[in-house]
Design a protein. Structure first.
Length: 285
């Protein structure tokens, strides 16, 4: 009946008994139904009141393309509390740093740590150059120190983990993860911030001591956390990789000391004696 445009209304007795309802005598009435008209009117509005299927909206949102911002934002999905706790774990390691990452390595902390190290190396190197030339020639900021610091720190933090990851994969380590390698090397740079702040002293032995302490703490952090991954390869290969890691990190430490905290850095442009024409310029490259 409803298909013909009618609603059925049935009167029920006081006992709620439908078993003895007489469709002929007990007040069966028929009324014109407005169901179809109201449903048609609802369709005209363009909305059925139901949410779209989950697959219709979520299938496209899960795709992250290399050229989209959402692809890179997943590597920076971390809050300030997590970054601070990871920085603390890098300076005062108690547990394995890969456990501290909890399966969510980030690039936010490594990027800003490397950027801070670059700026402080430039400032510390500039102070060291000023102390070495004080009273002899007019001092000028040399931005070749800034470009040298950026190339050294960014290059080391970006390239070395990639090379290590490829080597581990080549020698059969299935536990190697590129993002974890980047995070590990990025947070290991944290020790260079206090070292760069105090290594501008004109006393050379102090500078060597501070850099040696920075090298010792950072390389111990790397070896402590890389050893479980490196040991997944055969014994001889893991020893060679450990030696390579230590040698490369020693090279970084030596470069920091010689390029930025040694009087007469080869990166900096030497001013002309007597305050000549180039004495007060800002040398850009």
């Amino acid at each position: 009946m409803s298909g013909s445009g009618y609603d059925a209304v049935v009167d029920v007795d006081d006992e709620g008994d439908l078993g003895h309802t007489d469709l002929q005598e007990d007040g069966l009435e028929f009324h014109t139904s407005t169901f179809q008209e109201s449903s048609r009117g609802g369709r005209k509005g363009g909305s059925s009141g139901l949410p779209p299927p989950v697959t219709a909206s979520s299938s496209g949102s899960q795709k992250r393309f290399l050229w989209s911002m959402s692809f890179y934002s997943q590597f920076f999905d971390v809050d300030t509390t997590a970054v601070l706790s990871r920085c603390w774990a890098a300076l005062f390691p108690r547990a394995n740093f890969l456990d501290v990452l909890e399966g969510n390595p980030d690039l936010y902390g490594p990027f800003w740590i490397a950027t801070t190290v670059v700026l402080i190396l430039f400032l510390g190197g500039s102070i060291s150059q000023w102390l070495s030339t004080r009273g002899t020639v007019p001092f000028a900021y040399d931005f070749r120190l800034l470009s040298g610091a950026a190339g050294l720190i960014y290059g080391y933090t970006l390239v070395i983990p990639v090379v290590l990851f490829l080597a581990l994969r080549y020698f059969g380590s299935e536990s190697a993860n590129l993002l974890e390698c980047w995070a590990l090397y990025g947070y290991s740079n944290l020790i260079w911030i206090p070292v760069a702040c105090i290594s501008w002293s004109p006393v050379s032995i102090l500078n060597w001591t501070f850099v040696a302490v920075g090298f010792g703490m950072s390389v111990a952090f790397l070896l402590r956390n890389l050893y479980p991954v490196l040991s997944a390869t055969d014994r001889q290969t893991s020893k060679v990789l450990l030696i390579v890691v230590v040698a490369l990190h020693f090279g970084l430490s030596l470069a920091i000391k010689i390029l930025f905290f040694a009087h007469g850095s080869p990166v900096a442009k030497k001013p002309i004696e007597g305050g000549g024409e180039d004495g007060g310029k800002l040398f850009l490259f």
